[in-house]
Write a protein that binds this ligand. Structure first.
Ligand code: TNX
Length: 526
C-alpha cells in the first residue's frame, strides 16, 4: 500500500464513522400526529407514522386564483419564512400538486362547517381543505402548532422542520369565541391591539370586543362630536396621558382583524360609565354642567341624561359613525352598572338605544342588565354577573354570550400572590378558568341559547402589553378550547399536559405568561 492509499483508507474509515454516528444522531422519534399538543383540541386526529418535512424548496400551492386564498397562502408563508429561512413561494394551481403544501376550497367532507377544515399530511404533500377561506385560516393555526415550537421564533433557527403524517378533521362547537380588551381605563395603541389579535388568531378565536369608552376615557374618534376624544380621551386611570384611535386607525385594526378572520365588536358603554363623555360636552348632563375628567377606578357614579333629546341625537351620531366603520354585525351598548340611572329611566333608555342600533343596520349586544328592558329580536345579552338577568334574556328569546366573571374574567388574579389584576369575583387559577361548561353553567340556559363565550380583560391595573400578556396567558388557550372543543372531549388532566407544551411556544413568540404551578411545564421552562 502506498502512503497515499493509506491516507485514503484512513480518511474513508473516518467519513464512514462520522456518517454512521450521524445516522444514529438524526434517527427520528416515532411520528404520532395524535400526540401533538394542539389547542383547541381537534375533533379527530389519526396518525400514519411518517413525516412530512419543510425543505428549502417547499412551496405553497393554492387552488384557483382567488385573492382570499392567495392572501391566506401568503399569511402561511410569512409565518414559516423567518425561522426556517426558506422562501415558501405562493403559487396558484388548478389541481393538487404532487408535493408541497396545498390549500384548497374543494372540500367534500360533510363535517366541515364554516370554520371547519381537514388536514391530510403524507410524506410528500400537506393538504389543507375547507369549505371557506375562514376554515383554511383556522387550519393553518393547526399546521403552526404541529411544527416544532421554534417555528414561531422571529429569526433563523436550525431545523429539521418535521410534521407527523396523518389527518385532522376539525370544526368548532360555538360560533362566537372571543376576548375583550378594555382600552378605556388604560389606553393601548394600534400595535398592541394587532399583537393581541395575532395571539387570538393562534388559538382560533374569532371575535375581539373593544371596550372603547368608559368614565376614564373615550377612545374612538367621532367626527360629529370631536371633543369626545380631544378632551375625553386625554387621560386615563392614574392621571397619565390617554389616547384614542382615529377613524383611520380603527379601520386599520378592523382590516388587520379581518385578514385573520376576526370580527371587531366595538362597545360604547351607556347610560352609565360615561364620565368621559359628560366631561366633554356639558349638554349631555341633566344639569347642563360639564363634569371633571376622572382618573380613579370607582364605578357606578355617572349617567347620560336619559330624559334629554340631545342625548339621543348624540347616541344616534355615535352609532351611525361607528356602524359605518364596523363591518361586523354587532354594536355593543354596554348597559352595565348604571347605578346612577333610575330603573324607570334605564328601561326606556335601553329600549330606545336598541332602536338606534337597529336603524343603523346592526345587532345589539349589551351586558346582562339590558335584559331588564324589552329586548329586540336578535339582541344578545352578555352574561357576566347576574343569572336572573340571563334567564330573563332567554325568556325574551335573546341569545346569551357567556362571560361569567368568576370563570372567564382575565383581569381576575390567579392567586393571592398575583400583583396585577383584581379579585372581586375570586381568584382564577388556570384550572379554574378551564373547568366549566358554558352550556351547563346557568340552570335553565343550554347550548341552544348560547352563541359562545368571551373572556374580558379590564385594564384598571394594566398599563403595558407585557402586563396584558401575563394576565391573558396561559388562560386564553383554555377559553379558546372551551369555545371550540366539545365538552365531552375536554378534561383538565389531559389539557394541562398539552398546555404545558405551549410554554415553549409562548417563549418563542416572546409572550409574557404566568408559570402556573398547576401546569407541568416542559422543554424550555427549566
Ligand atoms: C365590572 S364587568 C365591570 C367593569 C370593571 C370590571 C373589573 C362589567 C360589565 N363591569 O366596569 O372594569 O368589573 O373587573
Amino acid at each position: 500500500m502506498t502512503r497515499k492509499m493509506q491516507i485514503q483508507t484512513v480518511a474513508v474509515f473516518f467519513v464512514c464513522l462520522l456518517m454512521s454516528t450521524q445516522v444514529a444522531c438524526t434517527q427520528e422519534p416515532p411520528s404520532n400526529l395524535s400526540q401533538e399538543s394542539i389547542i383547541p383540541k381537534p375533533v379527530s386526529v389519526t396518525s400514519t407514522g411518517d413525516y412530512f418535512t419543510l425543505k428549502p424548496g417547499t412551496d405553497i400551492f393554492v387552488q384557483g386564483g382567488s385573492g382570499d386564498l392567495l392572501k391566506i397562502g401568503q399569511y402561511l408563508s410569512d409565518r414559516l419564512k423567518p425561522s426556517t429561512g426558506y422562501k415558501f413561494e405562493v403559487k396558484t394551481v388548478e389541481k393538487a400538486p404532487r408535493r408541497g403544501i396545498y390549500l384548497t376550497l374543494s372540500v367534500s367532507a360533510q363535517d366541515t362547517r364554516g370554520e371547519g377544515y381537514m388536514l391530510s399530511v403524507t410524506r410528500k404533500l400537506m393538504k389543507l381543505s375547507a369549505a371557506t377561506p375562514e376554515g383554511l385560516f383556522r387550519g393553518i393555526q393547526t399546521i403552526r402548532q404541529i411544527l416544532p415550537a421554534a417555528i414561531e421564533i422571529g429569526k433563523k433557527q436550525e431545523g429539521p422542520w418535521k410534521i407527523a403524517t396523518g389527518t385532522v378533521n376539525d370544526y368548532p362547537v360555538y360560533s362566537y369565541r372571543g376576548a375583550m380588551l378594555d382600552v378605556s381605563r388604560h389606553f393601548f395603541g394600534v400595535d398592541d391591539i394587532k399583537r393581541f389579535i395575532d395571539l387570538l388568531a393562534y388559538y382560533k378565536m374569532n371575535m375581539l370586543h373593544l371596550h372603547l369608552s368608559d368614565d376614564q376615557g373615550w377612545r374612538i374618534e367621532i367626527k360629529s362630536w370631536p371633543n369626545l376624544t380631544a378632551h375625553g380621551g386625554s387621560t386615563q386611570v392614574g392621571g397619565g396621558r390617554g389616547g384614542f384611535y382615529t377613524q383611520e386607525q380603527y379601520a386599520g385594526i378592523v382590516q388587520y382583524a379581518k385578514e385573520r378572520y376576526i370580527t371587531i365588536i366595538p362597545e360604547i358603554d351607556m347610560p352609565g360609565h360615561t364620565n368621559a363623555a359628560l366631561a366633554s360636552y356639558a349638554e349631555l348632563n341633566c344639569d347642563g354642567k360639564v363634569r371633571e375628567l376622572y382618573t380613579g377606578t370607582n364605578v357606578g357614579f355617572s349617567t347620560l341624561c336619559t330624559s334629554s333629546e340631545v342625548t339621543y341625537k348624540f347616541i344616534d351620531d355615535v352609532v351611525r359613525e361607528l356602524a359605518a366603520m364596523t363591518p361586523g354585525p354587532y354594536i355593543h351598548i354596554g348597559g352595565d352598572e348604571s347605578n346612577a340611572t333610575k330603573i324607570e329611566d334605564y328601561i326606556p333608555f335601553v329600549n330606545r338605544v336598541q332602536e338606534i342600533v337597529i336603524s343603523h343596520g346592526k345587532q345589539v349586544i349589551g351586558w346582562d342588565e339590558i335584559a331588564l328592558s324589552a329586548l329586540r329580536p336578535n339582541a344578545v345579552a352578555q352574561c357576566w354577573a347576574n343569572e336572573k338577568n340571563a334567564n330573563a334574556a332567554v325568556k325574551q328569546g335573546a341569545k346569551i354570550l357567556m362571560s361569567p366573571a368568576r370563570k372567564a374574567y382575565l383581569d381576575m388574579q390567579y392567586d393571592k400572590s398575583t400583583k396585577l389584576g383584581l379579585h372581586w369575583a375570586g381568584y382564577i387559577e388556570v384550572d379554574v378558568g378551564y373547568n366549566w361548561d358554558p352550556a351547563t353553567f346557568i340552570p335553565g340556559i343550554g347550548k341552544e341559547n348560547i352563541i359562545g363565550l368571551e373572556a374580558p380583560l379590564w385594564s384598571e391595573t394594566l398599563t403595558r402589553m407585557d402586563e396584558i400578556e401575563y394576565m391573558v396567558f396561559p388562560r386564553l388557550p383554555g377559553y379558546a378550547e372551551i369555545g371550540w372543543t366539545p365538552a365531552a372531549s375536554r378534561n383538565w388532566d389531559e389539557y394541562k399536559v398539552r398546555l404545558a407544551k405551549h410554554g415553549e411556544r409562548f417563549k418563542a413568540m416572546d409572550v409574557d405568561y404566568y408559570p402556573s404551578p398547576r401546569v407541568p411545564w416542559t422543554g424550555l421552562q427549566k
